[in-house]
Design a protein around this ligand. Structure first.
Ligand code: APR
Length: 247
């Protein structure tokens, strides 16, 4: 009998329409800390969950703004890793819908052509009334004000307690419905509604491959749980699947 890893590779080789769901773990090897890692340096005394909220921004806009400026700088200095590149190569061979909870731009820089970013984008800004803000904010230590309405400008990411962007949500839902196989990479599967995409895919009965060094609340529903690091597992899994004669 084939081991789970070989069966996962064979299932990936066969599927033509693949849903990929990624979380912070895929960027860990690029030195972008995951959300549930303890923070380091200046920010060690804060928890990400306590800064990424509308309430935190209302209480102390400068503090939250500076945290995002720090994260922006960290991501600017980061490079995509082998996991990002492997997913880009998968998209050259198959119909891939890549749904990410990450707000970094490493999938895009790694060559993935079409990224559905359900938690927004770190480098976007809009004001508290929703007006887009295009001016440069690099180096600003406090949030600027909107030229249209004077409200404070904030990062264009989805905070705890906020709704997901409607368009991205619709695209993710349709990708879940169309997929023949799902690959769930580097997410703790703790944050809803994003965690629901993997659950819905599993409920459809398609094979679901989870790539994560740790077990998650989703693991019992995964068809195959490959316990390993995305930057190691994805190049091997995708490389072998794409070489397989069934592709
Ligand atoms: N390869 C694969 N998985 C990894 C790696 C790695 N190299 N390193 C860590 N992981 C796994 C961890 O085991 C964990 O399950 O990545 C997961 C990271 O979990 P979280 O930090 O909770 O990240 P994520 O699931 O993306 O968080 C969801 O929470 O704070 C919000 O909006 C934020 O999008 C974020 C959301």
């Amino acid at each position: 009998m084939l081991a789970a890893y070989e069966r996962a590779t064979a299932a990936l080789a066969k599927a033509q329409n693949v849903l990929v769901l990624t979380g912070a773990g895929i960027s860990a090897a690029s030195d972008v800390p995951t959300f549930r890692d303890a923070q380091t340096g200046l920010w060690a005394k804060y928890r990400a969950e306590d800064l990424a909220t509308p309430e935190a921004f209302a209480r102390d806009p400068n503090l939250v703004w500076q945290w995002y400026q720090w994260r922006r700088q960290l991501v600017r200095e980061a490079q995509p890793n082998a996991g990002h590149y492997a997913l880009a190569s998968l998209a050259q061979a198959k119909a891939v819908s890549l749904v990410t909870q990450n707000v970094d731009d490493l999938h895009q820089r790694g060559g993935s052509p079409d990224v559905i970013a359900v938690h927004g984008a770190l480098f976007d800004n809009h004001c508290l009334n929703g007006h887009a803000y295009q001016a440069e904010t690099d180096g600003l230590e406090s949030p600027p004000e909107c030229a249209q309405c004077g409200a404070l400008v904030r990062p264009g990411v989805v905070w705890f307690g906020e709704s997901l962007p409607e368009h991205a949500l619709q695209r993710a839902d349709s990708a879940v419905r169309m997929a023949e196989l799902a690959l769930v990479v580097g997410t703790s599967s703790l944050v809803w509604p994003a965690a629901g995409f993997a659950e819905s895919a599993a409920a459809r009965g398609i094979p679901v491959i989870e790539v994560n060094p740790q077990a998650t609340p989703f693991s019992p529903q995964a068809t195959y749980h490959v316990r390993g690091l995305a930057e190691q597992v994805l190049p091997a899994l995708i490389g072998t699947a794409l070489e397989s004669p069934t592709t």
